[in-house]
Design a protein around this ligand. Structure first.
Ligand SMILES: [Fe+2]
Length: 160
């Protein structure tokens, strides 16, 4: 299946089995972020209006999910790093790999920034930053860099 066809199937499928498996696991974590609060993450959503004990429960869930996202993210970056090492070295792959690795460092930093506001008294703030982080990762990183990596791997496999 071509990358274009695969992208049309789902927001995160890049048509590489290893990468796609990671994304499906991440998609489940994203879905869990979406149900932590039980209300849409609008600006009106305010933990001060929640029943006693609810913010602490949300906080515990968000901390657990945040840890899983971090573990999955780092595993995924390592996996992609190994895939990049397997590419033939030419100008196109060198440029892609250098930019792709810089993006992984950038998203690791972004992850730390997104979990920093997680607060036991007002977890919705952290929920919003984690939610934004994941959306940005999917929109700007997966669609721009991971799709390109899958395409380079596919081209290489066809040459062999
Ligand atoms: Fe990547």
């Amino acid at each position: 299946m071509h990358t274009e066809e695969c992208s049309a199937i789902g927001d995160s499928d890049v048509c590489n089995p290893a990468i796609d498996e990671d994304y499906h696991a991440l998609a489940q974590l994203i879905a869990r972020v979406g149900i932590v609060c039980g209300k849409p993450l609008t600006h009106e959503c305010d933990c001060d209006k929640c029943p006693e004990g609810k913010p602490e429960l949300c906080f515990d869930s968000l901390i657990e999910i945040g840890r899983e996202i971090m573990v999955r993210m780092l595993e995924h970056f390592h996996r992609e790093d190994d895939l990049m090492k397997a590419l033939p070295r030419n100008r196109s792959t060198r440029e892609h790999c250098a930019a792709h690795r810089r993006e992984h460092v950038y998203f690791s930093t972004r992850y730390n920034q997104s979990v920093a506001p997680i607060n036991v008294h007002h977890p919705v703030t952290g929920l919003r930053t984690v939610d934004t982080f994941i959306s940005d990762w999917i929109r700007s990183h997966i669609l721009e860099y991971d799709v390109k990596l899958a395409s380079l791997l596919k081209t290489e496999s066809l040459r062999q």
